[in-house]
Design a binder for this molecule. Structure first.
Ligand SMILES: Cc1cc2nc3c(=O)[nH]c(=O)nc-3n(C[C@H](O)[C@H](O)[C@H](O)COP(=O)(O)OP(=O)(O)OC[C@H]3O[C@@H](n4cnc5c(N)ncnc54)[C@H](O)[C@@H]3O)c2cc1C
Length: 460
């Protein structure tokens, strides 16, 4: 590889790129990572981490309310957005620096610049410099997409801007029904905004289990979030510092902030893919094989830019597998099955495996075990809330193929449940496990009676 400046050039210092760079350097490769914005990428700078910090902030409101039933008097509740954002920014800066330190320790060089492909082995930096690399990894992530252009769309913000609003919005309209829309609805509502969630589909969180979707909707509405489905924001008008969101059903909502959380697209604009012959797949992301190799043999791609499963741990696993494959002499494929997922809504969702709808389409026999109950804490707090637990079981093999939870701690439960689903645990294994009392999760091992059982409909 003597005629190359480096063994690996990584475009994008986010979850996937940083992991790949570090592991490749550990394997002895000479590595450069180019990052055009901030090291750490979406997850660290304007995704998972700042979002979860805002979620924590938003939950205190409910905790203060719940405290009364336990004998506490909480007087003078007040919330200061600038304090939260400044503290969040400090933590993000710390993490960004830690990413830099990790790369430096591994011996990977970071270049703070945009990089674009010139050919299968050449990259161009913003200052015009060119770098020749034996291998290139594209890890440029995703970017918010606003859907159809509507009048006044320039007034809408995406999740990127939501993390840094200079003034806390008292009234918010959020368009979208995915996890980011739902999470920000919970954040703003918990912090004291009047929130209207507008979604053109029939119910929020498409792709999640239908019981989960319905349960969350009811819980969100009980917390004062207005959920409008079957319509969308058709235009946004500005009047001074306020906005009017004109809805497709003829109504309008006045707001201090209109946020669009209408999906994310692979960030592939103007990075030289076409010129280099890197093909795009049917899903709109860079097409890759099971080793994350693109149509150009020296170029690989991992993470959101491939639009496989757009989650941080998946990007990290793909980056690691790439580095082991190309520089570690250990060809490694990533198993994309049974990836657990969470929605940090209020209450939160944790899920792994098949939904009931998916199971009924795929399996000869599907058994459902479902429980809905008032959590112990709500007995004294008086909060009108319930927990949903659902197991989807393959009726032929008794394997638990799906686990869905809505309620406090659901994400933590789903992470552990994912191990059991991945291992192929059966419903009998769940039943044989002793309950841990008093918890909500004990319901998962005490649901004895099937709620429903379905045979797959014969093909016509
Ligand atoms: C609001 C929000 C909340 C989320 N919450 C969660 C969550 O709770 N859990 C979870 O698992 N996932 C979550 N995600 C998704 C997660 O952030 C992504 O899946 C993950 O960051 C993908 O990593 P990546 O390496 O593919 O890309 P990214 O982390 O997006 O990194 C790509 C990097 O490449 C840089 N870049 C792009 N083009 C160039 C170029 N040409 N030259 C140089 N640099 C470039 C970008 O600036 C960026 O830093 C969330 C996302 C959002 C937006």
């Amino acid at each position: 590889m003597a005629d190359y400046d480096v063994d690996l050039f990584v475009i994008g210092g986010g979850s996937g790129g940083v992991r790949a760079a570090r592991i490749a350097a550990d394997h002895g490769a000479r590595v450069i990572v180019a990052e055009e914005y901030r090291l750490g990428g979406t997850c660290v700078i304007r995704g998972c981490i700042p979002k979860k910090l805002l979620v924590y902030a938003s939950r205190f409101h409910g905790e203060f309310e719940d405290a009364a039933g336990f004998g506490w008097t909480v007087s003078q509740m007040s919330f200061d957005w600038p304090t939260l954002i400044a503290n969040k920014d400090r933590e993000i800066a710390r993490l960004e620096a830690a990413y830099g330190a990790t790369l430096a320790k591994a011996g990977a060089k970071v270049v703070k610049s945009r990089a674009v492909l010139v050919d299968a082995h050449t990259l161009q930096l913003a200052n015009g410099d060119r770098v020749r690399a034996a291998h290139i990894l594209i890890a440029t992530g995703g970017t918010p997409s606003y859907g159809d252009s509507i009048p006044g769309i320039e007034h809408a913000i995406s999740s990127n801007e939501a993390f840094d609003l200079p003034v806390f919005p008292r009234r918010v309209v959020i368009q979208g029904g995915g996890y980011i829309a739902v999470e920000f609805a919970g954040i703003f509502a918990g912090l004291g905004s009047h929130v209207t969630l507008v979604y053109r589909g029939e119910n929020i969180l498409r792709g999640f289990d239908d019981d989960v979707r319905q349960h969350l909707r009811v819980e969100m509405e009980a917390r004062g979030i207005k959920v409008l489905t079957g319509c969308k924001v058709a235009a946004i008008e500005r009047s001074g510092v306020h906005f009017s969101a004109q809805l497709s059903n003829g109504n309008h909502v006045t707001a201090d902030c209109v946020m669009f959380a209408t999906g994310r697209s692979p960030y592939i604009d103007k990075i030289g893919l076409k010129e280099t012959g890197v093909e795009i797949g049917k899903n709109g992301g860079i097409a890759v094989n099971e080793f994350s190799r693109t149509s150009v043999p020296s170029i690989y791609a991992v993470g959101d830019v491939t639009n496989r499963i757009n989650l941080t741990p998946v990007a990290i696993r793909e980056g690691h597998a790439f580095a082991d494959t190309v520089f570690g002499g250990k060809p490694t494929k990533v198993d994309h099955s049974n990836v657990p997922t969470a929605v940090f809504s209020e209450p939160e969702i944790g899920a792994v495996g098949l939904t009931e709808t998916q199971a009924r389409a795929q399996l000869a026999q599907t058994d459902i075990y479902r429980a809905m109950f008032k959590p112990l804490k709500a007995t004294l707090s008086g909060r009108d809330t319930s927990v949903l637990m659902k197991l989807v079981v393959d009726g032929e093999t008794d394997r638990v193929v799906g686990c869905h939870v809505v309620g406090e701690g659901a994400a933590e439960i789903a992470q552990v449940a994912a191990i059991t689903v991945k291992m192929g645990a059966t419903k009998a294994d769940f039943d044989a496990t002793m309950a841990l009392h008093p918890t909500a999760a004990e319901e998962l091992v005490t649901m004895r009676k099937k709620t429903a059982s379905y045979a797959r409909a014969a093909a016509e």
